[in-house]
Write a protein that binds this ligand. Structure first.
Ligand code: ATP
Ligand code: MG
Ligand code: MG
Length: 420
């Protein structure tokens, strides 16, 4: 139970409560995104607390007092309640990840806790099929073709209608491409193999938690970070960026997006803002909007994340106000900061755990970045290094894209990303 003293609407302007000098923001999840919010929070006089499965070993716990860390699963309602209770005088409960127990958040809202973004919005986004259905029903949001597939038979039908290859996606829990399987033939054995790779135990079930998407022949992937105020009166997009993926993992971001016209960039930024506005009341803070630019010139929404996003890390060093600060402003009812870039060009390179799993090898790109004139290193403080794990990132800024290229090429060579 949450006591009445803890359940005030805090700084939410719609709750009409008086503003406090120091705001208390609790966050479900204390990974790198939570850590980077926590690093911005004290400048805004915001005090953060976290729930994370790793407890005091989590990335966020390296930068806040351990008394403000609760250890536990993000699915555990009792632990989420404990986080709220231990955040004495809580103003806002937010998240750094969408794979959480939304029913627990809804129950807290019913007791008066100010959850931003709301459990309703998180519930729409955390199920990719519900998310797609929402965008189809609301507003003019172009999407890849998709179909509900509750059984192997329905997957075969979807392959007939949408064509091959077909993308099968888990409705919930996916990240970095885990949760996606590409189907190249319509044979039952191939479908069963794809379902097994997605963790489906009983492939003969008629209530499979997967859906199908038509294959998108895209020329590039674009991302737009959008921030929305908690009263819904202001929505602003950061500049559209190139989101360059390798094996379904974001590797490099170029800001603003290259090899695309200014008018297409603006189409992407407006579409992203429209998609977030369509979520309605409770859509607050940062949202990452992933887009496909198709070879025939269309812009389609791939998926949305209700939080700061890997493709928005460049904002830390390249924009007037970073995505982490704007998330805190948005969810806390504070005025939003500018989304403008303050440099002409920027790049972000993810530092992934080296193939050897060795920290010495992994740290080489950030070591090199320390000797570059306008590069900054953002390390996540993860306890151990594993191949492919996101360990940190490097932001490089410049007066032009071409000025960026030597440093970028050097970092990509160390990280083993092919330069095209
Ligand atoms: P994230 O780590 O961004 O949350 P995710 O695991 O949720 O990723 P998606 O964004 O759905 O997965 O897909 C991962 C990548 O797979 C995309 O960035 C894109 O490169 C590719 N992809 C996804 N859907 C399609 C599609 N319908 N057609 C072609 N490629 C696709
Ligand atoms: Mg995703
Ligand atoms: Mg994605």
């Amino acid at each position: 139970m949450v006591s009445n003293a803890l359940a005030v609407g805090g700084n939410n302007p719609t709750a009409g409560a008086p503003k406090k000098a120091c705001l208390k923001v609790a966050c479900v999840g204390g990974g790198q995104l939570g850590r980077m919010m926590a690093l911005e929070a004290p400048r805004l006089n915001i005090q953060m607390s976290f729930l994370d499965a790793l407890g005091t070993a989590s990335p966020a716990a390296q930068v806040v007092p351990h008394s403000r860390i609760v250890q536990g699963s993000l699915q555990d309602a009792a632990k989420i309640n404990q986080l709220v209770q231990e955040t004495v005088d809580i103003d806002v409960l937010t998240v750094e990840i969408e794979h959480i127990n939304v029913q627990a958040l809804a129950a807290l809202e019913a007791q008066g806790v100010n959850v931003q973004p709301s459990s309703r919005v998180l519930g729409i986004i955390q199920d990719k099929f519900v998310q797609k259905s929402h965008f189809e029903a609301h507003g003019d949001i172009p999407l890849p073709p998709y179909a509900a597939t509750y059984s192997v038979g329905q997957i075969q039908k979807a392959a007939d209608t949408l064509g091959l290859p077909l993308m099968l996606k888990s409705r919930k829990g996916g990240y970095d491409g885990r949760g996606n399987a590409v189907l190249k033939t319509n044979e039952i054995a191939a479908i069963e193999e794809a379902l097994t790779s997605l963790g489906v135990q009983d492939t003969s079930a008629e209530d499979l938690d997967v859906y199908a998407e038509g294959w998108v022949d895209f020329s590039m992937e674009i991302a737009v970070m959008v921030v929305r105020s908690s009263d819904g009166t202001t929505t602003a997009s950061y500049p559209a960026v190139n989101a360059i993926q390798q094996d379904s993992v974001c590797r490099v971001v170029l800001a603003p997006a290259r090899n695309v016209s200014l008018s297409t960039r603006h189409v992407c930024e407006a579409l992203a803002a429209r998609a977030i506005d369509s979520l309605g009341a409770g859509a607050s803070g940062m949202f990452g909007v992933e887009l496909f630019l198709t070879k025939d010139g269309k812009v389609l929404v791939n998926e949305i994340a209700p939080r700061p996003h890997n493709t928005g890390h460049y904002t830390q060093d390249a924009c007037a106000v970073s995505q982490f600060e704007n998330h805190l402003r948005g969810v806390s009812g504070l005025p939003l900061g500018s989304t403008d870039m303050v440099v002409e060009a920027a790049a972000m390179v993810n530092v992934l755990g080296a193939h050897s799993n060795s920290m010495e090898e992994t740290i080489r790109s950030s070591d090199a970045a320390l000797s570059m004139k306008k590069a900054s290193v953002h390390w996540y403080g993860k306890e151990s290094c594993r191949k492919g794990r996101k360990m940190g990132h490097i932001n490089v800024t410049a007066n032009s894209h071409s000025e960026l290229d030597d440093d970028l090429a050097a970092l990509l060579a160390i990280e083993g990303v092919p330069v095209s």
